[in-house]
Each structure stands twice: as C-alpha cells, then as structure tokens.
Design a protein around this ligand. Sequence first.
Ligand code: C6P
Length: 414
Amino acid sequence: MGLQQSDALDVERRREDFPILQREFDGQQVVYLDNGATTQKPDAVVDAIADYYRTYNANVHRGIHQLSQEASIAYEEAHDTVAEFVGADGREEMVFTKNTTEAENLVAYAWGLNELGPGDEVVLTEMEHHASLVTWQQIAEKTGADVKYVPITDEGYLDMEAAADLITDDTEMVSVLHVSNTLGTVNPVADLADLAHDHDAYIFVDGAQAVPNRPVDVEAIDADFYAFSGHKMLGPTGIGGLYGRKELLEGMEPFQYGGDMIRKVTFEDVTWNDLPWKYEAGTPVIAQGIGLAAAVDYLEDVGMDAVRRHEERLAGYALDRFAEFDDLTVYGPTDPEDRGGLVAFNLDGVHAHDLASIMNDHAVAIRAGDHCTQPLHDVLGVAASARASFYLYNTTDEIDELLEAIDSARELFA
Ligand code: C6P
C-alpha cells in the first residue's frame, strides 16, 4: 500500500487523547485490540459529557428555563452533526436509538410488523450479526414472512450471483451488514441497494462496523435505513443512530409510545410529533447524544479517509504477519482493501477462549467467541474464533506484540 503512518494520521499524538491506553497490567502496558466490541473514548468526548452534566444538565423539550433550552439546543444540534457525518439530509432523517440493535428492532417492529405477511421475503446474508438475524427471524415468524440468506464464498465475500437470484419481487426487505464484524468483508451495499430497489424492496444497512472506520454516505449507497452504534466510534455507550429516508420515517408507525413523541393527546386519540422525535419516546439519550456529536467532531478532525487508510494498513500488516505461520487460520478476504480493520483467526489446537486468556496475561485485549455470528461460525465450521480489531490509535508495534503473545500460547500448548 506504500502508505506511511504519518501520511495517514499522527497516531502518537492521537494516543495522548486516550489516557486509558497508558493503563498497565502487572507492569505491562495494555494493547487494546478489541475495538470491534467497543472503542476507547478520547478526552474530548468525556469532557463534552461532563460539561453537559456540570453546566447545563436539564431535560429537553420540556422546560422553558435556560438550562432546558441549552440542553435542547445541544441535543438537537447533535442530530444535525451526526446526520451530516453519514450524509443524511438533516436531523429529520437521524433518529437516536440505544444502539444498532435497537435501530434494527425499531425498523423491524415499526415497519416489518405492519408491512410483512405470508408470501413476503426478507433477504439477509450468512454473515449477519445476531442484531439483524434474530430480529428479522422473529419478525418473520410473527408475520408469516420467510427469511432467505445470501451465502458467502470460500474467500469470505458475499455471493452476488446468489444475491441476484434470491432478491425477487417477493422480497420486501434486504438487511445486510456493511462491514462484517467477523470476516471483515466490506460488502457492496450500493449494489445490493440497486438489487433491492429493482424489485421495489427496501434495504436496511447495518453499519455498526463501517461508520467508525470509513467515510459513509447513506445517499450515495441509496440506503433506505442505515444503523450504527456510538460506542464503536469513540462515543459513549447507550446511543446509536438510525438513518431513515424521510418519507419512510414519516409513513411508519412509532416504535414506542409515551412522552415527547406526541404532538396532541386526548382521551381518545393522539397525533405524532415531528421527525425525528416521533421515534424518541420518553426522556431521550441527551448526554449520550452530546457525547456522540463530540466523537463525530473528533473523527472529522482526524479525517475519515485517514482512519480508513490507517485501518487498511493495520489489517494488511496483520494479514502479512499472520501469513508467516501455518498454524494460524485467518477468516475473510485476503486483500486488506476489501476489509475493515479487524482479523478473526484460530490457532491450531488452542481454543479461542484459551488464546484470549493467554493474550490477557500479556496485557493484549482481544475478543474470543462467536462474535454474535453463530450461524456464520457454523458455515466456517468452527464454534469460535479469536479476533483482533484495530482503531485509529493502534500501531503495527501492537500487532507485533499480539504475535509475540500468540507465540507464547503456541509454546504453552506445544
Ligand atoms: N458487535 C462485536 O464485538 P450493538 O451491540 O447494538 O451496539 O451492536 C450490534 C452490532 C450490530 N452489527 C454489527 C455488525 C456488530 O458488529 C454489532 C456489535 C460487537 O463484534 C458486539 S457482538
């Protein structure tokens, strides 16, 4: 790739914004490679949340006092910031949810439960996260619709020929992840959107592993819905974003009922609030929204192209290093440009959980398990895998430390 670290982003300077990266376990500095699960938070995000609680904490859309006005403005403007970040057309198209999972459930319940019926089909992929797979499976069961799965190729790509056969006039919804949290594969979501729209179906894109790592433009993809989680992109837990095409969000029923999502209520009837508040029932995720906007500001400052290049560089370096060892099986595409910054793998003869535990003894934090993709692991023929996932503050030296820790596991189990 011929890309030097300094061309992408100044990692050493950025690391100073994350004091947690200085943590030591038994004198060893932590190597945090579990960013696919959740990322660390820079001071700017922690400060923005603390500033809200310290200086203008109040409920939003309820008070006429100054604190409430300040909180309401900050919360509403957070929607604008996040909407712009993913190319949505303003706050009306950006609903704040608890996380990606809740965004999936919102659409499945508010749209799917009302629109799906016997004979209708929802098309997913074999690499789907449980957030989408379980949700659509259950909604299909409630409505009598069928679920179909686009298979993956041996190289870990979606089989697009099979996708073209599976998406038909019976398809009502295509729900696909943008970047796989297990294979790392970057899926051709714009092509899948075209396929869905050719058959008058909608497409829901799960961007949980994409928005943190690459520039995303929901309009360029032509997504109908697009979801992501704040905690995977430097933001706090407890917040996610759901982009929805305005006319779709306007036409759908609310997901939850209660305060703030209404305009006028009588004992007999109710009218709904404007977008996006119609989908944010009760006291919303105020501090989290403010924190997510601060995370977006931080990412904008770094530059999403730089983040993507850095992730590709780290993934490429990891793939090259892993290829040096015959006893390591790596899942997903071999070309780093086709994948996000994560590598799932297995070491011959060592269970992924044991491997992660030995990594922990070396202060290397990775994830082990099925990564909420049990059916995909069935396809891969393994019960579990270990996974190293990178972010903008990781270095190739840390990947070397990972490899050294794997070496000690090798020795231990030899
Ligand atoms: N994947 C991982 O370690 P929530 O939990 O709602 O913030 O995100 C769910 C989710 C949905 N889609 C994809 C592609 C994801 O990767 C995740 C979360 C974490 O891989 C936890 S299982």
